[in-house]
Design a protein around this ligand. Structure first.
Ligand SMILES: [Zn+2]
Length: 338
């Protein structure tokens, strides 16, 4: 061990007890959230923390890679592997994960959407496989052309609306949707395999991520669950967290989203907004219009969050973490779009 490293290690060892104390104090100030539900914990995919990822065959020749936070997938075709997404969270392991189960090279990479957290390790795949075909729909390609991000190389097979991607014995049906990213999302369906990918729609066992999975299009997000259920599938890769979704997970998430929306709409439509604002104006004066109006939004959101939490806290994980953001996103839709 070099001297500088010993010094650094010693400094770390001395600093540790103090930093632990201050971290503990800081942690005390964090909000309280309920623990992960036992029925969800029991279904968690067994990712080896030393290895950093799990590769699992979910259908003959169809595999999922996950680190417990992110999910991507690939399939063998007899003529090379088609990879769906390259998330940086386990980007350095993708090539070995594929090599663990097949000797076929990666020949195609499909981008589910533009977001860097799902495709930001595409450059590593391209570096190893320079003849790689990168497939994306045109909105995604357009955005990446502008971004010039070396980690998200430009697609070289661009399509509009839908594409039957055929290679060897396999077909992937790619269909554009707009539930999440404004540029475009993809349904990735493997007919005959009962396998579907629809990234950033839901997280099995949990509520959707903040703001209904950061949707930029609440109108289409509300429709995506029926679109998913119209496919003949029993494994859904939705991109995140602890296990893979099935049809029931889709239905439960749809019920949750619908409940949030109808609840916030009812509370908003029946609230005495003038009464709420009049009270607020006593403090802020009517001149401060943003402050006065904000009290309406806050009150509707808070009431919605309270109701939803009461109904869902024992059914899904993360309700208390993200319910306020869900009510807020649904309120924007209910008030300004609906
Ligand atoms: Zn995304």
């Amino acid at each position: 061990m070099k001297f500088s490293r010993i010094l650094a290690a010693a400094a770390f060892a001395v600093a540790l007890p103090f930093s632990c104390v201050s971290h503990a104090q800081e942690a005390d100030n964090l909000p309280n959230f309920v623990s992960v539900l036992p029925q969800i914990k029991a279904k968690t995919l067994p990712v080896d923390p030393q290895k950093g990822y799990l590769v699992k065959e979910v259908r003959p020749g169809v595999y999922v890679i996950t680190d417990g936070m992110y999910q991507s997938a690939f399939m063998t075709t007899g003529k090379g592997v088609i990879l769906f997404d390259a998330p940086p969270s386990f980007g350095g392991h993708i090539i070995s994960a594929v090599a663990e189960v097949t000797s076929e090279p990666i020949v195609e990479l499909v981008y589910s959407h533009v977001h860097v957290d799902h495709i930001g390790s595409a450059d590593l795949i391209l570096k190893q496989f320079p003849h790689l075909k990168i497939v994306a729909e045109e909105g995604t390609a357009e955005f990446l052309r502008e971004m010039k991000d070396p980690h998200r190389p430009m697609p070289n097979r661009i399509f509009k609306d839908h594409l039957s991607l055929k290679l060897g014995s396999a077909t992937a049906e790619l269909k554009v949707g707009h539930w999440h990213s404004p540029e475009g999302d993809l349904f990735i369906y493997l007919p005959g395999k009962k396998f579907l990918m629809a990234i950033d729609t839901l997280a099995a066992g949990s509520v959707p991520f903040m703001g209904f999975d950061l949707t930029m299009n609440m109108h289409d997000y509300m429709k995506v669950f029926d679109q998913i259920l119209a496919y003949d599938f029993d494994v859904l890769v939705a991109g995140h967290l602890t296990y893979l979704a099935d049809r029931n997970d889709v239905q439960v998430t749809k019920d949750y989203v619908t409940d949030v929306y109808t609840t916030v709409k009812r509370i908003h439509d029946t609230a005495n907004q003038m009464d709420i604002m009049s009270k607020a104006a006593q403090k802020y004066t009517w001149d401060n219009k943003f402050a006065v109006f904000r009290t309406v939004l806050d009150e509707v959101t808070e009431q919605c969050a309270k109701e939803i939490q009461g109904r869902w806290i024992n059914k899904l994980d993360g309700v208390d973490v993200f319910v306020t953001s869900h009510c807020s996103t649904a309120l924007v839709y209910a008030r300004w779009d609906d």
